[in-house]
Design a protein around this ligand. Structure first.
Ligand code: PEP
Ligand code: MG
Length: 590
């Protein structure tokens, strides 16, 4: 069928990995679930059915082991490999295999049907939870059940290994195992019905620099293999069967995006210095080791925010002290001699740790999160602190405490750090005795008392993602209030200014590690407020360096003085967007 007869459609989803891609679709359908029909068995046949089911489980386990070996051979990081281990555990879990076997015997139904019924029960259970992380886990179960169903019926679904030429992958959801097998070049991009910014698939797409849009809900119904598709991963736009003129528009956009990206490498080894000679540290944010290559390629001067939550997820037990040490040492080694800021566990409330009971907090974002959780669960906290301290013997490390609301929390955390130091000393284990401790400023109460906090820590780092959430009272993951998420809100500007001034007055370093740091139009304001460390994703590093090298602190300060006079975010935005081209001739936001 020619493209002209096909229906053109435009869809908007969540852009999780930037870049533009134009290519033919390759749809991976979840055939397994369609194969589960109900049949009743004679009593004598149930043992055979159980055996057939157990064989399919074993075949699925063998497939996962194969994927794991391939990932190990390809040198993929422990985080990815651990996901496969977690899948192997889920596969053998009694909740799936035991309950299915019980149902085959009790109701004398075929294995496909029993497995599907067991899965439906589990999915209902997970989907009724408010917890985003657990909801994500329900997709892991769906992937695994689908895999077993395919093995039960012997009918293979299209898989990434069937991909003969470069294509855009379309799937209901992609398992982390599938995403981890993607290779840039063959996989031009991917689109899924399911998914969110925090899904593993999204995190890996960014790490692999493959443009991706998730959360499209019905993309698998709208696209067939062979259809032409455009992905704009920056804006979350997808165009199905575009006209030639639209393809041409996006070809140009892709070319501009890529040329601009390439032209930025020119800045990689240049100092991050304003035109009036002020040095601004540009650091990287990371979750998994795979991001380091890309951060270094883009000139990161260190890690400004290592979100350690990933070490705790996708597993049934807690990471041991040795695992913490090993993970941090890997990052330190890869980044050496650059500094690494390790943020202690920022989980709790809406994110659950292995072995913890489901949170029943009404307002999880205001609940037992981050430092509050750690101070209440001292064993978990101290295991991580000891791991960080031991790793600090190998290179420059700083500890960053998240969600600080007042000085007590810092004193309490510092006392535990001292306790860990004494223990290590007694055990004859090495660590950096002068390790610096910092506080994240992301709660308005902490922002207001930055002068007092500055007396207790060596540095502060502003987490603008949460600072906006808490100061503007908007849930950062709720799409209904997303329009209120305004970094240019005068209140936000005043708060950041207060924090920067107090930290500068106290003579301690002040950085920003929230998303604002990576956007040039906000970064210029941060410079004007006196912030000298910006930490961001690999994608933003050279874009922001280009800005830094094009403006003077005097110009940034002047801009800040002007914008403080406006009453609304849109007035500030309009002023900045009119003013910036004067300061910064070339277009830098795309
Ligand atoms: C922030 O809140 O700005 C931040 C950097 O932390 P996270 O996004 O991990 O909450
Ligand atoms: Mg935060």
């Amino acid at each position: 069928m020619s493209d002209i007869k096909k229906q053109v459609a435009l869809m908007k989803g969540i852009g999780v990995s930037s870049g533009v891609t134009i290519g033919r679709a390759f749809v991976i359908k979840s055939v397994g679930l369609d194969l589960a029909h109900q049949c009743y068995l004679e009593t004598t046949k149930t043992d055979n059915e159980v055996e057939r089911f157990e064989r399919a489980i074993q075949m699925s386990a063998d497939e996962l082991i194969c994927v794991k070996k391939k990932m190990e051979a390809d040198g993929r990081g422990q985080e990815h490999i651990r996901i496969i281990d977690a899948h192997l555990l889920i596969l053998k879990d009694h909740m799936i295999t035991g309950d299915t076997i019980d149902m085959i015997r009790a109701e004398r139904v075929n294995a496909e049907w029993a497995l599907k019924k067991v899965m439906d029960g589990l999915l209902d259970f997970f989907n009724n939870m408010d917890d985003e992380y657990l909801k994500q886990r329900s997709s892991d179960i769906e992937h695994l059940v689908n895999m077993v169903l395919v093995n039960l019926t012997g009918r293979k679904k299209a898989s990434l290994s069937d991909l003969k030429s470069p294509a855009v992958i379309i799937a209901h959801d992609l398992s982390p195992a599938e995403t981890a097998q993607m290779v840039k070049g063959t996989v031009l991009g991917f689109l899924t019905d399911a998914g969110a910014k925090t899904s593993h698939t999204a995190i890996m797409a960014r790490a692999l620099e493959i443009p991706a849009v998730v959360g499209l809900e019905t993309i698998t119904h709208k696209v067939e293999t062979g259809d032409m598709v455009i992905i704009d991963g920056t804006t979350g736009t997808v165009i199905i069967n575009p006209s030639k003129s639209v393809v041409n528009v996006y070809k140009k956009r892709k070319e501009r995006y890529e040329n601009y990206g390439r032209s930025l490498f020119h800045y990689k080894d240049m100092p991050s210095e304003t035109t009036d000679g002020e040095r601004i540290s540009l650091l990287g944010n990371m979750e998994i080791v795979e991001e380091i290559d890309s951060l270094l390629k883009n000139g990161a001067e260190g890690i400004g925010l290592y979100r350690t939550e990933f070490l705790y997820l996708n597993r049934k037990d807690m990471p041991t002290e040795d695992e913490h040490t090993a993970a941090y040492e890997t990052v330190i080694r890869r980044m050496a001699p650059r500094p690494v800021v390790i943020r202690t566990l920022d989980v709790g409330g809406d994110k659950l740790l292995p072995g913890m009971e489901v949170s029943d907090e009404i307002n999880p974002a205001l609940g037992l999160r981050a430092i509050r959780f750690c101070l209440k669960n001292k064993d978990i906290f101290k295991t991580q602190l000891r791991g960080i301290l031991r790793a600090s013997a190998k290179g420059p490390v700083q500890i960053l405490l998240p969600m600080i609301s007042g000085v007590d929390e810092i004193r309490h955390a510092r006392a535990l750090i001292e306790e860990c130091k004494t223990e290590l000393e007694t055990e004859g284990k090495k660590y950096d005795r002068n390790i610096e401790i910092g506080a994240m400023i992301e709660i308005p109460s902490a922002a207001v008392i930055t002068d007092l906090i500055a007396k207790e820590v060596d540095f502060v780092s502003i987490g603008t993602n949460d600072l906006l959430q808490y100061s503007l009272a908007i849930d950062r993951v709720n799409e209904h209030v997303a329009y209120l998420y305004e970094p240019f809100h005068p209140a936000v500007l005043r708060i950041i200014k207060t924090v920067a001034e107090a930290a500068n007055k106290a003579g301690i370093s002040v950085g920003v590690c929230g998303e604002m740091a990576g956007e040039p139009e906000y970064a210029i304001i941060l410079l004007g407020f006196g912030i000298d460390k910006l930490s961001m994703s690999a994608y933003s590093l050279l874009r922001v360096k280009r800005l830094v090298r094009s403006v003077s602190i005097a110009q940034a300060k002047e801009l800040c003085e002007k914008i403080m006079e406006f009453a609304t975010a849109s007035e500030v935005e309009q002023f900045v967007s009119n003013k910036i081209p004067d300061l910064y001739k070339e277009e830098f936001w795309s």
